[in-house]
Design a protein around this ligand. Structure first.
Ligand SMILES: [Fe+2]
Length: 232
């Protein structure tokens, strides 16, 4: 299974997951580019779906479905499914609520399509107000091996690293992370996320001390997660 990233609008990212003959389009905001790519690779786009139902992620669905005749899998229905089969391989589907209740993440081998749940350098806003669900989602996504690749729903790398620097100005990994940044192919490893992403660093002594200093609860991991989400 291969993964191809497509950027659209100002900072959105959509994906084509493809095998030898077939492809799944996720958040197809760049339908023309996706269709041209699929054609060049000789693969048929047979399924269209989304990481969640926010407008900027579903805006390309109609055009993509109209041009390809692909089948639409609604993300709120898809959360009950465990996988989508592509040419005999499994694209795994995980319900990862928190940003919205209908958020999904996908796993294609070692590549994670995380939508607006986990970004390169930050996490999504908790519009669902379900911080407990969001915590479980983040724990799930971060349970995969460190070399797993994070393919997110937006490119917020520069802004998120500028913010991370305000929290940890002496963190040398921020520069290393930015050195690897390529706006033409936005990706990071889970291991690198743990080095710089403040919202995955709620167990790090620097952040725990800062939150405790402000009187925020830090006794348990869940408390530290809530504190990092509320404080920063
Ligand atoms: Fe969103």
């Amino acid at each position: 299974m291969e993964v191809r990233q497509f950027s659209y609008s100002s900072d959105n990212l959509g994906y084509l997951i493809y095998g030898t003959d077939h492809a799944v389009a996720i958040d197809p905001g760049a339908p023309d580019e996706m269709i041209a790519f699929a054609k060049a690779r000789g693969v048929t786009i047979e399924i269209v779906t989304n990481t969640h139902s926010h407008y900027d992620h579903v805006q390309g669905n109609r055009e993509m479905l109209g041009q390809t005749g692909a089948k639409f899998l609604d993300c709120s229905a898809l959360k009950e499914r465990k996988f989508i089969e592509i040419d005999g391989e499994r694209l795994l589907v995980f319900h990862t609520p928190g940003h919205m209740d209908d958020c999904l993440s996908f796993k294609a081998d070692h590549r994670l399509i995380t939508g607006d749940t986990l970004f390169n350098g930050t996490v999504g806003n908790s519009f669902s107000e379900d911080l407990e669900g969001f915590f479980r989602s983040i724990k799930l996504l971060t349970s995969f091996p460190g070399e797993s690749l994070i393919y997110a729903g937006h490119d917020y790398v520069r802004a998120s690293m500028a913010f991370a620097r305000t929290i940890e100005p002496d963190n040398p990994d921020i520069d290393a992370y930015l050195d690897k940044y390529d706006s033409g192919h936005v990706v990071s490893t889970l291991a690198d996320e743990f080095k710089v992403n403040p919202y995955l660093r709620f167990n790090h002594p620097t952040l725990v001390a800062a939150m405790a200093k402000h009187g925020l609860p830090v006794a348990t991991e869940y408390e530290r997660w809530c504190s990092v989400m509320e404080f920063y």
